[in-house]
Design a binder for this molecule. Structure first.
Ligand SMILES: [Zn+2]
Length: 244
């Protein structure tokens, strides 16, 4: 018997997935909450993502697609949804001072209050390469950071070498056309050109969506609107604000 509570969600990148893909998130159990805390506390900086993703894999049920193949831009939205279904009674809160009247504000952040940007309707599905014509291109996926880590290690390049990370990410957008080692060779030889890379990076800068991490709130004291930015982080999953 499975007592877990699952909630079907609609991710902002929905239109980009094949028909029939369904995504559900699970309410975290107390065991998972503590486990998460110990994993996170033990993790090195760069491992936090991997730990988090391994953990999340158990909390997200995907039909018609693997979790790793979800688009990276949907991850933040999924995180907010898991946080929301797990702590229904304890919404996230942000504390600030009204910029107009100095009143102290505690603003609850409900997922439904967040403005969510959907994947762009007109996102290109192909890119023009100088020597190869129109090639399929795709946005960043959840698995890409791990592929980048592994690949850089195999090339004896440090995984924190940012320009090279970007280079490998650029090439991964073409991985429906050729496997990464092949793409790497093409770029090394200049067969994929500097101008090709610019077109790919233009595509990646367009392929952005997800929750806009700010809440608009009307100050009760002066009735003016305050906009507060917020960033979800790991601690939001194991500490709650129980109120004043
Ligand atoms: Zn005010």
């Amino acid at each position: 018997m499975n007592n877990a509570e699952y909630y079907k969600i609609q991710v902002p990148g929905e239109k980009l997935y094949p028909a029939g893909v369904e995504i559900k998130v699970k309410k975290i159990t107390p065991f998972e909450q503590k486990r998460f805390f110990s994993l996170i506390s033990a993790a090195e900086d760069y491992e936090i993502n991997k730990t988090l993703l391994d953990f999340l894999k158990g909390l997200v049920v995907c039909e018609g697609i693997q979790f790793e193949d979800l688009y990276y831009c949907d991850l933040q939205f999924i995180m907010y949804q898991i946080r929301a279904v797990t702590y229904k009674l304890f919404p996230l809160k942000v504390y600030t001072t009204c910029e107009h009247c100095g009143n102290k504000l505690s603003i609850p952040i409900e997922v439904t209050n967040l403005e969510v940007l959907s994947a762009p309707e007109d996102l290109p599905k192909t890119v023009l390469l100088d020597n190869h014509g129109e090639i399929p291109i795709r946005p960043k996926k959840i698995k890409d950071d791990f592929i980048i880590d592994e690949f850089l290690k195999s090339q004896n390049i440090k995984t924190d070498d940012l320009p090279m990370r970007i280079m490998v990410m650029d090439l991964l957008t073409l991985s429906e056309w050729q496997p990464l080692p092949e793409l790497w060779n093409l770029a090394y030889m200049g067969d994929i050109t500097v101008e090709d890379i610019i077109r790919i990076e233009q595509f990646l800068s367009q392929a952005i969506w997800g929750p806009k991490e700010e809440v608009k709130h009307t100050c009760r004291h002066c009735n003016k609107e305050v906009v507060v930015s917020y960033q979800l982080d790991a601690t939001d999953f194991f500490s709650v604000d129980t109120g004043e």
